[in-house]
Design a protein. Structure first.
Length: 255
């Protein structure tokens, strides 16, 4: 069993950047096959890792180990075939929490940092009882394909959204100040999100954008709107490649 799930761009095209996807609670690498393939189709090198293990009794150690793991992923990629910048971490749920908390700490080890991050479905502080599996699916997504992917994957840990996210890690995720440009993604129908706190966090960052996906649930990267979300991510990636200068400007809209 390999340590990663890899998705490569079309043969013959120059690689435009390197993406590391970090799943959230209960998810597996297989959960992100559709997104990984779609981003790879735009000539990005995509590598999916496992969900981070956050120990409530050792949050600092957990984040340091997670940061070292991210660095190792990039080192392994470099050793295999080289790393093309920008290197961007796309993370969901507790994966997004761990990324934001690690990068936002003033004392975070500086051995390696991504060039940009996409943080999707960042959970709020209030625990939620999602109930039985059918209810959990409703919280996660209204996409029948994604529901099937989760249900048919024996390694998906059902009931995981009931697991409390350590409050100390959430505080660091929401209150940190990380240098990397950030795209925050949240569904407006996500019952696990603290929308006001997320808006404040996005505004507090020097280079951040908050995109609210209409009708999307907690698994915003894999809900019915997944094509539009992937397009939003690619637009962000291309903007990062262009030194944060948007390639397309809208001067007049009649919508």
């Amino acid at each position: 069993m390999t340590e990663y799930a890899d998705h490569h761009g079309p043969e013959g095209l120059r690689t435009r950047g390197t993406i590391v996807i970090v799943p959230g609670r209960g998810e597996t690498r297989r959960t992100y096959t559709r997104l990984g393939r779609r981003l790879a189709a735009d000539a990005y090198r995509v590598r999916v890792i496992d969900t981070p293990d956050i120990d409530a009794d050792d949050p600092t150690g957990s984040l340091n180990r997670f940061g070292a793991r991210l660095a190792a992923v990039v080192e392994d990629t470099a050793a295999e075939e080289g790393v093309v910048h920008p290197v961007v971490v796309v993370a969901a749920d507790t994966g997004a929490t761990a990324v934001a908390a690690f990068l936002g700490r003033a004392a975070a080890p500086a051995a390696w940092h991504p060039d940009a991050v996409v943080l999707a479905g960042l959970p709020g502080h209030t625990p939620t009882d999602v109930g039985a599996w059918e209810n959990e699916l409703e919280v996660r997504t209204s996409c029948p394909t994604h529901r099937g992917t989760l249900t048919q994957d024996d390694e998906v840990r059902r009931g995981s959204l009931n697991d409390a996210v350590p409050d100390a890690v959430l505080r660091e995720a929401y209150n940190g100040d990380f240098i990397a440009p950030a795209l925050f993604l949240i569904g407006d129908a996500d019952p696990l999100a603290d929308h006001d706190a997320l808006a404040r966090t996005a505004k507090s960052q020097s280079r951040a954008r908050l995109a609210v996906v209409r009708g999307a649930h907690h698994d915003v990267l894999n809900d019915l709107q997944h094509r539009s979300v992937a397009a939003e991510i690619v637009t962000f990636l291309e903007t990062v490649r262009n030194n944060l200068v948007p390639l397309i400007g809208v001067e007049l809209s009649a919508w």
